[in-house]
Design a protein around this ligand. Structure first.
Ligand code: 0X9
Ligand code: CA
Ligand code: CA
Ligand code: CA
Ligand code: ZN
Length: 421
């Protein structure tokens, strides 16, 4: 174990130099054409969180994880380096071939549309239209505004749902955010489903009416519209994760609590977990953080609870992500216990697996850590459907699953709204 970790640590620190050496004519293994530029692999023996952090920190793109088994996208050099470090990698496919196959010669729709067959996912234009329609049809329940603008100048929509939505009433505020990661399109549908349920359902459903009347529900359906649009550009899924600033920043590594502290992000711009040059260097995370800061009224943060939706793996995760420890500065054991209690309660409603985020692998600069440390907001990450996948089907489930997999979280959403009281 020590040998394996030590080797990988060296590889991670030496970065490009070591990888360059590995591909030089002197040391290179005979290269067959069957090793894809972007290969999808299952890492079979990353058994504990420290080992998974090592894998995640090696620069590979972690697609999903379940029961400690990671699915990653790796270059030939990265795959060689991990194997040299003692990990067993099983190749399951060629990422680019899988993307092309999933988009299926179905690019007839053209630019900035979902591939044919997946039209029920909302493009940014369709999402914008839907939110405007909601405000128009339910003026007494919903107001549409924005927390700011993206790098490419798209509006970061914010919709507030409550009775008397134009008035800042003294009701617990609960925030739902989606699509920090571009390719996680099912999450945008999750936020839209929340919006539609609490507006369309208000008139007939007494339980919904009660929640809407006693809470202020805040929804940001896409935190990363530039990345999401890029991901469906050219009529084919691109497998894109980050925002679109330069080579892209991983928004969920760019938040300002313990930013870049602990090996849970990368300082290399090409990495899928690039944290950016400084905390809140990305306009999208900065705008959302400024909005949350602005909800401190009379020294009291109005937002009491939060879910940030991701895909995939079917997990309910809570902070801290930057440390293995259950407690830490700003997290007493009673508070950690509350996260665990509420997290388990939420997971019971949807069948997800509940755990502290760092039980998976270390992430620093994540949204949940900042929400809790800065504002004591009860902040969770939900990793939605599916529980596992051979890479791509994880991020691109057919649009037929949208109704079932968004409604699956209705009870969890209601439970968190009640817990915020
Ligand atoms: O790595 C991430 O950002 C999330 N997983 S994903 O596959 N959607 O990229 C998990 C983030 C959970 N970490 C914390 N909440 N700290
Ligand atoms: Ca379909
Ligand atoms: Ca109200
Ligand atoms: Ca209020
Ligand atoms: Zn994600």
């Amino acid at each position: 174990m020590l040998t394996r970790r030590a080797l990988i640590a060296v590889a991670a620190i030496a970065g490009g130099a070591l990888l360059a050496a590995a591909t030089s004519p002197v040391t290179a293994q005979p290269q067959t054409e069957t090793v894809p530029e972007r290969g999808v692999y299952t890492v079979l023996d990353a058994e504990d969180a420290a080992e998974r952090t090592t894998v995640a920190g090696s620069g590979v793109d972690v697609l999903g994880s379940r029961d400690g088994e990671l699915t990653v996208v790796a270059s030939p050099a990265q795959a060689r380096s991990l194997r040299a470090g003692g990990f067993s990698l099983e190749q399951v496919g060629d990422f680019d071939a899988m993307l092309a196959d999933r988009s299926g010669g179905r690019s007839a729709q053209g630019v900035d549309e979902f591939p044919a067959g997946d039209e029920n996912y909302h493009t940014y234009a369709e999402l914008t239209e839907e939110l405007k329609a909601t405000e128009r049809d339910h003026a007494d329940l919903a107001t549409l505004s924005s927390v700011g603008r993206s790098h490419e100048d798209r509006e970061l929509h914010l919709i507030k749902i409550s009775d008397n939505p134009d008035i800042d009433e003294d009701e617990p505020e609960v925030l739902f955010t989606c699509n920090q990661h571009a390719r996680e399109h099912l999450t945008t549908e999750m936020c839209l489903h929340i919006v539609q349920r609490f507006t369309d359902g208000y008139a007939e459903d007494a339980a919904i009416k009660k929640l809407v009347d006693t809470r202020e529900i805040l929804v940001v359906p896409t935190v990363n519209p530039d990345g999401a649009e890029y991901d469906i550009s050219e009529g084919q899924y691109q497998g894109w994760r980050k925002n679109r600033q330069n080579e892209g920043t991983d928004l969920n590594r760019n938040w300002g609590h313990q930013w870049g502290c602990c090996g849970g992000s990368s300082d290399r711009p090409s990495s899928e977990t690039y944290r950016g040059p400084s905390a809140f260097s990305a306009p999208e995370s900065k705008a959302l953080a400024d909005f949350v800061d602005s909800r401190v009224v009379g020294e009291s943060q109005q937002i009491k609870a939060h879910i940030d939706f991701h895909t995939y793996s079917e997990l309910v995760l809570w902070p801290y992500g930057y440390t293995d420890a259950d407690t830490g500065p700003g997290m007493t054991s009673a508070e950690a216990q509350r996260f665990q209690d509420v997290g388990k309660q939420l997971a019971q409603t949807n069948g997800y697996q509940p755990q502290q985020s760092s039980d998976l692998y270390i992430t620093d600069g994540s949204v949940n850590d900042w929400m809790w440390a800065e504002h004591k907001i009860l902040s969770f990450t939900f990793e939605m459907y599916p529980s596992d996948g051979i890479g791509l089907d994880g991020f691109y489930p057919p649009d037929e699953v949208i109704p079932r997999e968004t409604a699956r979280n209705d009870e969890a959403v209601d439970t968190l709204l009640r817990a915020a009281g």
